[in-house]
Design a protein around this ligand. Structure first.
Ligand SMILES: [Zn+2]
Length: 418
């Protein structure tokens, strides 16, 4: 009996031990249980794979290199071109041109019978002066095959290129007191970076400009002060292209040096004959000569969402009307004015000052116009001509005025007696 009891006790103990073991094995892990060590996933290159630089290393090294060689932060690298939206979209979203709204005091009245010429906007009060400009389009740019915006601006977007309108190409000034202008002026303080507008070779980099061609004297001008001229490594219609940068404070390139688009060639200043520090910029086509300039606005890429207006004002016989005011209006208000070229080159003319573009044959140009719908107005021989013009981004809109189509200006009606 005692043996039987002992056997039962052993059986019970054994069963209990088994049950305890089972419970221990199957109990759920408690919350404060020590977490299992993380499974380490070691990614090792497979033995067959050749060890090579990882992509991120290339990116970091590239960025480090770029940081070392990057131009100063003010330099506007050519941005990715914003695709032009479809026209339908564009005109739905034409923004109000707050940037280009002149001050109340500077708004010229719409052309009226009493004033044969629209009064010129007081340009020294130009609200655009000194304002930050949007990035320019990438060069070369020819959305319209007739366009050749192949040069970047010689100054940065953070610098001032708005006042290229102050002393327009082909103009002799608001009161005809200046020499006819063969370039555009970009007023900027002394010391702003001036950059090559496209790649090429420096052919002049000094003051007291004197130019010889095959040993023969061509021209000279001390008035330019420190001036750089670049002959570009591309041409136009089989002709060579040159750009000129005058009144520099410092020249930072040498003759014979090859420069890339945007490379610093000097600093803006007031050397030569100037009324204030600015960059005088010329585009010369075919030959490095003062008499072979073209309007730089037709060559410089516009700012994003801006376009250019070019046109001509002709007498009935087809000859260009010189030195007449062309007014750009939006919603009935004058937003810009320019004048037609004085003494442009004509086929039967011995002397001339400036040239029209090979493609456009214009005698006036207005640049940096916000895309949108405008009116252009001009008075010729007591007649008023008005044209609607749509300005599209990154392209030139052309407007033709002929005296023969002009509508006579209305004669003012006598004041009714009363
Ligand atoms: Zn100038």
């Amino acid at each position: 009996m005692r043996k039987v009891i002992g056997g039962i006790a052993v059986l019970i103990l054994a069963s209990a031990a088994v049950l305890l073991l089972l419970w221990l094995l199957n109990r759920p892990a408690s919350a404060d249980a020590e977490p299992a060590p993380p499974t380490s996933i070691a990614v090792l290159p497979s033995p067959t794979e050749t060890p090579r630089r990882r992509d991120w290393e290339a990116v970091v090294q590239g960025e480090l290199l770029a940081a070392q060689t990057a131009p100063p932060p003010t330099f506007t690298l050519a941005p990715t071109h914003t695709p032009t939206p479809p026209l339908s979209l564009l005109w739905q979203h034409t923004p109000t041109p707050t940037r280009f709204q002149p001050d109340r005091a500077t708004v010229a009245a719409p052309i009226a019978a009493a004033s044969p010429e629209a009064p010129a906007i007081a340009r020294n009060n130009d609200p655009r002066r000194g304002e930050f400009s949007p990035p320019p389009e990438q060069v070369p740019l020819s959305l319209d095959p007739r366009d050749h915006f192949w040069f970047r601006r010689p100054v940065d977007s953070s610098a001032n290129s708005a006042s290229i309108f102050w002393y327009a190409y082909g103009s002799d000034g608001p009161r005809n007191e200046w020499r006819v202008h063969h370039g555009v002026d970009l007023p900027n303080p002394i010391g702003k970076e001036v950059r090559a507008s496209a790649a090429g070779r420096v052919i002049w980099a000094a003051d007291n400009y004197v130019w010889y061609e095959n040993g023969r004297y061509v021209e000279s001008a001390y008035t330019y002060g420190n001036v750089v001229i670049i002959e570009h490594n591309f041409g136009f219609q089989g002709k060579r292209l040159y750009t000129l940068y005058a009144h520099l404070q410092v020249i930072l390139v040498e003759v014979g040096q090859d420069v890339q688009t945007g490379e610093i060639i000097g600093l803006s200043g007031r050397s030569g004959v100037v009324s204030g520090p600015h960059v005088h910029f010329e585009v010369r086509v075919g030959r490095n000569s003062y008499y072979e300039t073209r309007n730089p606005i037709l060559w410089m890429a516009p700012y994003e969402n801006h376009g250019v207006i070019a046109g001509r004002v002709l007498f009935s016989d087809g000859t260009p009307v010189q030195d007449v005011t062309v007014s750009l209006l939006r919603n009935g208000r004058v937003v810009d004015t320019t004048t037609t070229y004085v003494n442009p080159r004509l086929p039967n003319k011995r002397t001339w000052n400036v040239n029209s573009d090979e493609v456009w044959r214009e005698n006036f140009v207005i640049g940096d116009v916000t895309a949108g719908v405008y009116q252009l107005a001009v008075n010729v021989g007591g007649r008023r001509l008005v044209r609607d013009v749509i300005v599209r981004p990154a392209t030139t809109s052309f407007v033709d005025f002929s005296e023969s189509e002009a509508v006579p200006l209305p004669t003012p009606s006598p004041t009714p007696a009363g």
